[in-house]
Design a protein around this ligand. Structure first.
Ligand code: SAH
Length: 341
């Protein structure tokens, strides 16, 4: 077995087949095991009722089923939002969030341990980059939350810890598996990037069906460089060019996320500039009032937020607002950073 794969869920179909043969299982058992994992969301080998005891025992001696272990769950007092702290087999911690809203149940998952991008308003940045998650670790967050959730998960967003496009191949492999093995429609899976330009083009060239979101957050180079230093490498101009390229190639709308920061990008004139900036491109905009993480930024007051949103009423694109869920347990956008429990 390859060194890095230490759980069954991380194996590819051929590796799973080989393992099964090694422990004396007939090939048809693979489909049964697959069902237990992806349809019934079992926690461990011994819950697979139609698998003979000796076989599940051999498998459990060979490899653990899940790569991740839930070590803590924190529930919001004000909303049906829960934050899950997982431990990887390498001993690192990551977080995922389960949210319910009307008929939607969304999981927000992590793609890396920590993050290298260093956005000044995001708590994950303070961890630095530690490690890429494997495709299996990405999928396992959804599998385990599906087991923990009372309602069926309807949407998956790659908006937890990490920059998905700096772990592009594993994220695409994981998302593809969510689509094929777990049955999530590709349009129910959203991948959000801080703006890794070549990967936006690659996603377009590969004609991936998943939804793309770009964390836009500022409407001029200088301001964006200050809050998102990666703009020094991937300029706002090249980011917009890649967004146009993506639309021309795929004809799919990108969602531009816009974290609203007091005194930085929240005035009506900033709103007008945003409209001008995006007007030529069929897209959507998702405004996210900043969630406090301590530090130099603050959230605009209610009135300022309303005025900003009012300005956007004249925009040719659809505007939605993300009143983040679970901010009382630091589960809102940009608040994920593993802290002492
Ligand atoms: N690295 C990816 C995904 C993680 S961040 C990305 O940058 O898109 C997910 C979203 O949360 C992004 O749109 C980001 O701009 C936003 N965000 C980060 N910190 C935030 C904060 N403190 N308050 C509100 N939104 C925040």
């Amino acid at each position: 077995m390859p060194e890095t794969k230490k759980s069954f869920i991380e194996l590819d179909p051929n590796e799973a087949k080989t393992l099964l043969a090694e422990v004396g299982g007939e090939p048809f058992r693979l489909a049964q095991i697959h069902n237990w994992i992806y349809k019934n969301h079992v926690a461990d080998w011994d819950e697979m009722e139609n698998i003979p005891k000796h076989l599940s025992q051999n498998l459990s001696e060979a490899l653990p089923l899940h790569p991740l272990e839930i070590i803590h769950i924190k529930g919001s007092k004000t909303e049906p939002t829960r934050k899950f702290l997982f431990k990887t087999q390498s001993g690192h911690n990551i977080e995922s969030v389960l949210m319910h809203d009307k008929d939607r149940t969304t999981v927000c998952i992590s793609s890396q341990v920590g993050c290298a991008v260093d956005c000044k308003f995001c708590a994950t940045a303070s961890m630095g980059f530690i490690k890429n998650l494997s495709a299996g670790e990405i999928v396992d967050q959804v599998l385990q939350l599906e087991r923990e959730s009372q309602k069926k998960i309807t949407n998956v967003v790659f908006m937890g810890m990490g920059e998905p496009f700096l772990n592009y191949n594993r994220v695409m492999e994981g998302a593809t598996r969510l689509n094929t093995a777990l049955g999530f429609g590709a349009r129910r899976i959203t991948i959000s990037t801080a703006g890794i330009v070549p990967k936006i083009r690659q996603m377009a060239d590969e004609n991936r069906q998943f939804k793309l979101a770009i964390s836009f957050n500022a409407i001029d180079e200088d301001r964006r460089k200050k809050i998102m230093p990666l703009t020094q490498i991937h300029s706002l101009k090249s980011l917009m060019e890649s967004a146009f390229y993506y639309y021309q190639k795929t004809k799919r709308f990108i969602t531009f996320e816009f974290v609203l920061l007091k005194g930085i990008n929240d005035s009506p004139s900033d709103g007008l500039k945003l409209i001008q900036y995006l007007s030529g491109l069929p897209c959507k905009v998702n405004v996210i009032p900043y969630n406090e993480i301590g530090g130099e930024f603050s959230r605009p007051d209610e009135q300022t937020i309303r005025e900003f949103l009012n300005t956007l009423k004249q925009a040719p694109f659809t505007v939605t607002v993300r009143w983040s869920k679970g901010t009382d347990i630091d589960a809102g956008c940009g608040q994920l950073a593993v802290k002492a429990i």
